[in-house]
Design a protein around this ligand. Structure first.
Ligand code: NQM
Length: 359
């Protein structure tokens, strides 16, 4: 291990993570996870001896490989690395780190820019966590990714080059169905909840039904012990109802508290992922919440002021997030005909990481 493990650190959307080629990591998942804990510095609240940033959104790993699947060019396995725990989970996806996957694959030579005379290229990414495909379109120059650009996303200072991501077949990718209980609303712990999975299992709840406004800062919500206890009760119950089983030790489902928008968007959100409050919102989490906003009778529909035109704009603690979601309903069946978002990503460091020895 004296030469270290090839690793690129990238900001993907409003998250940050370590990107690896699968061929640079042990092929056995438990050996791989053991090494990743030692690389990220977990378990430790500060992750002081590793690359992790002491928060779930900066304790993430992307494992990328050429794809053997005809639907895709590259495979992407997302791993959520526990900060204070020694758990690594592949049970959730991450649309933020996804933003860096296609540029990383180009950097590592897994793919080539399709047409060197064009200023953008398109890559199909198989998200192995949910067996769904996303198409990424991003800028290239001289066969390399372009990171500089004018696109701003909330939760990230400055501007970078845009990456367009279009998703296929997200509905029910973790829970089997868009609405895993078959209901648009379920009551759990005396609270009306919409249990939905359009790429990320999420429990959507009106903030006022939990005795908060939904406009609080994350620190205030995290300090509210009674709220957190109730959210966890709801989450554990929802896990069973959403076909996820016992979710005690997993990072899904997420919980999003919704309230009326206040800054020109359609819906205000505060999202627990699931125990820390997100300073922005996860990508696929946002797609699921935006989808709930489109479904009459859901916990978000009456609160959202969405006129059916353009993206659904979700407000969150550090700005807003636009999700394009199109839904068709025929004879009681809900079809998601489109889901797309815009992100940016940036290469921060490329080199070798030296895992600590022993946990
Ligand atoms: O929902 C946080 C993030 C995420 C996940 C989380 C994400 C997604 O901000 O697709 O991006 O919900 O754990 O990276």
């Amino acid at each position: 291990m004296s030469t270290g493990v090839p690793c690129m650190i990238m900001r993907g959307g409003s998250s940050k993570g370590a990107y690896f080629l699968a061929s640079d990591l042990p092929s056995d998942p438990s050996d791989r996870d053991d090494m990743l804990l030692r690389i990220m510095g977990s378990p430790d609240a500060r992750q002081i001896d590793g690359l992790g940033g002491a928060h779930p959104v900066t304790s993430k790993v992307a494992v990328v490989a050429p794809s053997a699947d005809e639907r895709a060019d590259v495979d992407y396995l997302f791993l959520q690395v526990g900060v204070e725990t020694d758990q690594i989970s592949d049970r959730q996806n991450c649309g933020n780190l996804l933003a860096g996957v296609a540029p990383f694959a180009l950097e590592r030579g897994l793919i080539a820019a399709q047409d060197p005379t064009k200023r953008s290229t398109s890559v199909r990414v198989l998200m192995r966590n949910t067996d769904t495909v996303a198409t990424a379109v991003f800028g290239v120059a001289d066969g390399s990714p372009v990171y500089d650009g004018a696109t701003e996303i909330s939760g990230v200072p400055g501007a970078s080059a845009r990456i367009d991501l279009e998703f296929e077949g997200l509905a029910g990718s973790s829970c089997g169905q868009l609405l895993p209980t078959g209901n648009v609303i379920d009551e759990i712990d005396g609270v009306a909840c919409t249990l939905i999975d359009n790429g990320m299992p999420v429990v959507v709840i009106g903030a006022n039904t939990l005795g908060v406004t939904g406009y609080e800062r994350c620190a205030e919500l995290e300090a509210n012990e009674a709220l957190r206890a109730q959210l966890e009760r709801i989450r554990l119950d929802a896990g069973h109802r959403m076909n996820l089983g016992d979710v005690t030790d997993t990072t899904i489902p997420k919980l999003t508290l919704v309230a009326e928008a206040r800054s020109g968007g359609h819906l205000s959100t505060r999202t627990f992922i699931p125990h820390r409050c997100h300073e922005a919102v996860g990508v696929l989490g946002a797609v699921s919440v935006a989808t709930a906003a489109l479904l009459p009778g859901s916990a978000a529909h009456n609160i959202a002021h969405y006129d059916g035109k353009g993206p659904v704009r979700l407000e969150h603690p550090t700005g807003s997030f636009d999700a394009v979601v199109e839904v068709e309903r025929a004879s009681g069946k809900i079809d998601i005909t489109r889901a797309g978002i815009v992100r940016t990503a940036r290469k921060l460091m490329d080199g070798h990481v030296f895992p600590r020895t022993g946990l």
